[in-house]
Design a protein around this ligand. Structure first.
Ligand SMILES: C[S@@+](CC[C@H](N)C(=O)[O-])C[C@H]1O[C@@H](n2cnc3c(N)ncnc32)[C@H](O)[C@@H]1O
Length: 464
């Protein structure tokens, strides 16, 4: 880490990057409803005095906001997440050394292949026999090689018939490409348009079927637009970063469980173990899940299916089991992190879980997800304690960690002061010091379950 004076000079360096790389829209290549704004990162980078010598970690990196913002600021960063869709997103958004000529060549070939097939699918059932001239019939492309069945784990009604067929054709041809970074751009464009434009899905924030969107879609247009946006952005960043005085950060994206992140990064990370960073992260900026019934594997369901990561329940369970226990659909009989760390010895966790258990008895709740609310509370906080221990282990002395978390009132309106409990666990059980909770913003009501959720930033420091 730098001295205060060095920091001032280095801060100016990363600020000069901001203007130059600010007009690229890479964040929006693929987003999801739980993403935060990159202003969180630029704000905290200034407040903490993060420099281009430092290493940032986002252990719940999602679509990659932190790692992309860090790269733009010229700061090295590692991002991890359990979702293959998020890992692809973060990795693709931060890899700017892509061969654009190869990308353009492949794009042309792919669009030329898809265009006649899509128009055949699009017009397909609208045609009567009389509409076909004999020459048109001869020009028909055989669609035999494509499997048009709806993937098993597609929630009912999320894809209309024709868009489904088109997306399956697109998937087929993208899977024929070699496994490399140019292909990643096509894969990301494909999964991005699924929830944004192609599917009949609404996010509020939970994903639900939206009947108003049903019908055919101009899939080719959405796909083309997405690919064009990627090309424009990559052209801009490649031109900018070719200039001598622009430093961009190195980024590494790894699929992993934040509860074991220290051990995993020590083993696998090139950046952490580099000479520059000597096995230590300096800052952590992230927005972890909090107990609120958000099922990430449902909100990203179409993307995961199209990446072959959610073919059946076993696949889905694999992702859910790696996730922090923040909702009742990812609680398992064998879960016992709560017991392992005696989480009920924390007064607040015990009080909340006890109140819930009493409510279950009083209201005679014998089935349904409500039964699992106390277990979510226990397992969530225990999992986060394990995560804190792992972070502490790889953080440099004097390092800081910022967690953007919401308080939760989703569980029968029992308030769960997430940041406050996390602060206690981090200080009392792990060794972080000078913990502070700052109000980030008041989220507007998003579901009927909770009115007004406070989002806080919990800042933790490791002693010098
Ligand atoms: C609130 S989102 C993060 C959003 C991110 N800040 C962005 O801008 O896209 C939380 C993320 O944590 C991930 N996650 C949940 N449990 C995890 C775990 N145990 N380890 C790593 N990531 C996890 C989810 O897949 C999700 O992407």
């Amino acid at each position: 880490m730098n001295t205060v004076r060095d920091n001032e000079v280095d801060k100016l360096k990363h600020q000069s990057n901001i203007g130059r790389l600010d007009d690229v829209s890479i964040h929006s290549w693929y987003r999801f409803v739980y993403a935060y704004s990159d202003r969180v990162i630029t704000g905290l980078a200034d407040e903490f005095g993060i420099t281009q010598d430092d290493l940032i970690l986002d252990p719940f990196n999602g679509t990659g906001t932190t790692t992309l913002a860090a790269k733009k600021l010229g700061i090295d960063a590692i991002g991890t997440d359990t979702s293959p869709a998020s890992v692809l997103s973060a990795r693709t958004k931060t890899n700017w050394d892509v061969d654009l000529d190869e990308f353009r060549k492949r794009r042309k070939e792919l669009l030329d292949t898809l265009e006649p097939i899509f128009s055949q699918i699009g017009s397909g059932e609208n045609k009567t026999l009389g509409d076909f001239s004999s020459s048109e019939e001869e020009n028909e492309i055989s669609l035999e090689k494509y499997d048009f069945t709806e993937p098993k784990k597609t929630p009912k009604g999320w894809l209309s018939e024709k868009p489904l067929k088109k997306m399956k054709v697109m998937k087929y041809h993208i899977e024929e490409m070699p496994d490399n970074d140019v292909t990643d751009l096509f894969k990301l464009a494909m999964i991005a348009i699924l929830p944004e434009d192609v599917g009949n899905v609404r996010f509020g924030p939970e994903a639900t079927r939206d009947r108003k969107q049903e019908g055919d879609k101009d899939v080719l247009l959405y796909f083309e637009q997405k690919l064009r946006q990627m090309e424009d952005d990559l052209e801009k960043v490649q031109q900018t970063t070719n200039k001598d005085d622009v430093v961009v950060g190195d980024v590494e994206i790894i699929r992993g469980d934040a509860r074991q992140i220290g051990d995993q990064l020590r083993e696998e990370s090139t950046l952490l173990n580099s000479e520059k960073h000597e096995g230590e992260i300096d800052y952590l900026i992230t927005s972890p899940p909090y107990p609120a019934e958000h099922d990430y594997t449902r909100n990203q369901r179409l993307e995961l299916i199209w990446l072959n990561a959610a073919d059946d329940n076993k696949d889905l369970q694999k992702i859910k089991k790696a996730n922090i226990r923040s909702h009742t659909k990812n609680i398992y009989v064998a879960d016992n992190e709560g017991e392992q760390v005696n989480i009920r010895e924390n007064e607040h966790v015990d009080e909340i879980a006890s109140k819930m258990e009493q409510y279950i008895i009083d209201e005679d709740i014998s089935h349904g997800f409500g039964n699992y609310y106390p277990r979510v509370v226990e397992e969530y906080f225990a999992g986060m304690q394990h995560h804190f221990e792992q972070v502490y282990d790889i953080m440099s002395p004097g390092g800081k960690a910022a967690y953007v978390v919401g308080d939760s009132g989703s569980y029968w309106q029992f308030e769960i002061p997430t940041a406050k409990i996390l602060k206690e666990l981090a200080e009392e059980r792990v060794g972080f010091v000078n913990a502070e909770i700052k109000l980030w913003r008041n989220m507007a009501a998003t579901t009927a379950d909770y009115d007004d959720v406070k989002e806080n930033i919990l800042v933790l420091s490791k002693p010098e």
